[in-house]
Design a protein around this ligand. Structure first.
Ligand code: PHE
Length: 338
């Protein structure tokens, strides 16, 4: 029996040492320590061993089990090390690393996020509407009659269906009032489209940020205070802001807003940044018509609206001279905002 144990132990260790890979090692483990393995078979013989020899044979069996288990562990470690080394072979750790260029946020996105952030803190909620609009929401409901130049096919992209690419985000004013009851305080950043010749200050697809505030007692000082506070936060508290009388079909009175700014090296000058005004009662009437109720009765509610060009604001913010830089995706330009 004792010889038999030693023989099994030696055979097992030899088999383990000879294992060429993890799979062969696993087979050796099963063949020796496994339930039907050689050592287990020997242990079964314990019951036939004479009583006085039992202790010694038991010890030998334990020693054999330990020896085999240790060999298995050692071999496993050795094989894993070989596998690791093989995996690293062919990798030259002295090669210079590949430089990763981190992406950057587009200046227009940066500007939009700042503008939206300021207005949201003032209590304006985000709203949106479709870029493919119908004439009612883009023009009629905004008191813009059929003979208004903005509706001309020369200025607007029409589809055969009669729909069009919205020429301004003001259509979102109408859509939001159709859906929601007053009081209302929303902003809607989005794309607008015009048949403009592309040059250093015009694009045919550009971005606006629309705003609308409707309640029972909104007045012109609310409009001025809100937009002045907004522009001061965007461009600095010392920025001079001026409201210049203007005309929009959907606001009365209407204004254009200018800020006095110094663009790199040039003498300070007034730059137009937004259109705004008090919502025209005709717009509320149109909304009442499509809602089929009177919650926007112009005798009950008043409101102000504004719209600004985001490209224009970005150009002022960073002294960008040509609007086309914002759509050319030239990394030398964009990298400056990283
Ligand atoms: N929609 C106008 C434009 O595109 C801007 C505007 C919005 C003016 C809201 C007044 C009120 O020029």
């Amino acid at each position: 029996m004792k010889d038999e144990i030693l023989r099994v132990q030696n055979d097992a260790v030899a088999m383990i040492r000879a294992a060429a890979d993890i799979r062969a090692l696993e087979e050796a483990r099963v063949a020796t320590l496994g339930k039907k393995g050689s050592l287990s078979a020997l242990s079964m013989g314990m019951k036939d061993v004479a009583k006085e020899d039992k202790a010694e044979v038991g010890q030998l069996l334990n020693a054999a089990r330990l020896e085999i288990a240790t060999s298995l562990d050692e071999k496993q470690q050795a094989l894993e090390e070989i596998a690791d080394r093989a995996a690293l072979a062919g990798i030259d750790v002295t090669l210079p690393p590949r430089v990763l260029h981190p992406g950057a946020t587009h200046p227009l996105t940066l500007l939009r996020e700042r503008a939206v952030g300021i207005l949201r803190r003032m209590g304006f909620a985000l709203a949106d509407g479709p870029e493919i609009e119908d004439e009612f929401h883009c023009f009629d409901a905004l008191n813009t009659p059929a003979d208004h130049p903005a509706r001309n096919a020369k200025d607007t992209f029409y589809f055969d269906s009669g729909k069009l690419l919205r020429t301004h985000t003001s259509s979102v004013q109408v859509r939001t009032m159709e859906k929601c009851r007053p009081p209302l305080r929303i902003i809607a950043p989005g794309t607008a489209y015009r048949r403009d010749e592309i040059d250093s200050t015009h694009l045919s697809a550009f971005h606006q940020l629309e705003g609308l505030y409707v309640d029972s007692d909104v007045s012109l000082p609310d409009l001025k205070g809100t937009l002045e506070a907004f522009l001061h936060e965007l461009f600095g508290s010392g920025t001079a802001v001026r409201f210049r009388p203007h005309f929009f079909p959907f606001t009365e009175p209407s204004f254009e807003i200018d800020v006095k700014l110094e663009i790199k090296g040039q003498a300070p000058r007034w730059i137009e940044v937004a259109g705004c005004g008090m919502v025209d009662p005709a717009v509320f009437e149109a909304v009442c018509g499509s809602r089929k109720d009177r919650v926007y009765d112009p005798d009950e509610v008043t409101g102000f609206a504004f719209g600004m060009g985001l490209e224009r604001l970005a150009m002022i913010q960073w002294g960008i001279r040509d609007i086309r830089l914002l759509i050319e995706n030239d990394v030398r330009f964009l990298r400056q905002f990283a």
